[in-house]
Design a protein around this ligand. Sequence first.
Ligand code: WTA
Length: 673
Amino acid sequence: MVVPDSQDEMYYPPIELQRDAHVPDFNTYLELYKKSIENPDAFWKEVADEFFWKKPATGPMLQHNFDVTKGNVFIKCMEGAKTNVCYNVLDRHVKRGNLGEKVAYYWEGNCPDQHTEITYSQLLCQVCKCANVLKKLGVKKGDRVSIYLPMIPELVYTMLACARIGAVHSVVFAGFSAESLCERIVDAQSCVLVTADGVYRGEKLINLKQIVDEALEKCKERGCSSVAKCLVVKHPALRTKSGASCNKLQTPWDGACDVWWDEAMRGSPEQCEPEWMDSEDPLFILYTSGSTGKPKGVLHTVAGYLLYTYLTFKYVFDHRHGDVFWCTADIGWITGHSYITYGPLANGATSVLFEGIPTYPHVGRLWEIVQKHKVTKFYTAPTAIRLLMKYGREPLQKYDLSSLQVLGSVGEPINPEAWLWYHSVVGQGRCPVVDTFWQTETGGHVLTPLPAATPLKPGSATFPFFGVEPTILNEHGEELEGEAEGYLVFRRPWPGIMRTVYKNHERFENTYFKKFPGFYVTGDGCRRDKDGYYWITGRIDDMLNVSGHLLSTSEVEGALTEHPGVAEAAVVGRPHAVKGECLHCFVSLKGSTDFNYSLVQELKTLVREKIGPIATPDFIQNAPALPKTRSGKIMRRVLRQIARNDRDLGDLSTLADPKVVELLFNQRNEAAA
Ligand code: WTA
């Protein structure tokens, strides 16, 4: 890498930001990067020194094997050390850093009249109380706790309470269906489930407890009765002013299992000694879609995840004391884990915790909150940017956005048009856009600009973060130098990389390390340009990215084929102006079934119920046959082209019956949207 000197249109960091930035210019980035690669031990040791260790490490900062041909794949960070993540992100600030009175979160509910703020001392107190509640419910070190909560402060309390007592949290996005929740509980064998009675999303009231009960019923049908207790938060929007439940919901209740959060917390002690954990003990499991079969329980561990989310947050958002940071993601995804819960708190930052949606009660909601809290660093997904672009500049012009300094993007490739709008309209041309590429598996940003240091190219995630060594391989596993396009892989670990797939190390090795021994394989395609900038080109496996959420085609196909009328289904991605990509489904029906409007509606409902609303197909088309090779493999490339109406099909000689293609093109026009 050299300081880029290109004719391309680039966006250089503003001088005001460079003045006292952590990484003030590109040369400093290069120096630090060099150090992190040549002497990772010294580099990460300096970072670790900022934290509290009950016992120091006996091993080096990082150890690993990425080569399946030489033995088991493993990654270890700071072997022998003992610490507690909750202690480091809370007590350390309150006791030693005098940040007790600093606001940790400004909570903004779904409705603008619902909001509150929580200081670091209050957060510590609530977390300790919750930790004691969990203990009383029987949770012990190493036990799994499933969390199915909306974006309310109790979600953060519960995660940190788990971290405090050494329990492993498994947060399940509260938009997932009962089926998806059940699947995740069964895999984790959780002993406690924490949820809420309900939640408003926009105007819609969702009965979460009912979904939970359905999920637990399904668990029992599958022989899993691990969940002994269900702790239920009364959602603030579902109480009267005096705190009593209002009768907007029927909350199903089982006295033997269910416990109200408020009752359990009342009188729970405000002190709780942290459990001192080994550096490689699990911190949490977070499920992510797999290209085959069930979702994978991505496991992150104590020390490495703490160091990595701390450092990426500090540098990528150039965090300073007076900042107000806002990541609009849901904590149910990794972005929320790393950049709402752990990264900001490790830095003693003030964040906005937002429960609502960008368009409720009006399309200026995000900007209203930016103005209200004088947000300095704002982090969202391209799909939200594209959605808000549709409403033009007017909703932004009503608000004062002059506090903004850095804008972040995450979750999917950002198209240059959205990038430019974000930069010029939201950032008023002043704010660098940090396009952060990473994954549930990577724990934190791996390719990303640094706001004061990196000259930006719209649409490029630019360069590796410290300690990260990317390379591009061709199909034969050969490394490509210079300008090139191929598989994005990483040659060595960084502290925040996942350690295993929960209870399935073989799947971990097969998914990420088998194809190219010696490398971690991201599953994304990538191009390197003449200046060394990396450009993510999208998934190269059978995964789809809808509104920044990864979905597995096989999971959606599985849901469709559960319909008694469907013989076979194939699902591909199709470009969508707001979501980036949407689902186009081909269904082959059984003899007696008709393809009609009501069938399409039934299929959509089925997918929603099996997976969740995010997986609802946009298009379902009748497919009397599917394009298959002579060996019976579906040619997805052809289906993708049909979905896009792209007739430039190239070589079809491997197809068993090429006539199918024309047939499907004809049927496409009847695809029900
Ligand atoms: C995609 C989300 C392009 C990518 C943090 C990756 C991106 C998957 C970007 C991981 C980006 C994420 N540019 N693509 N800046 N960020 N992706 O596990 O395909 O939900 O593999 O983690 O999202 O999604 P996940």
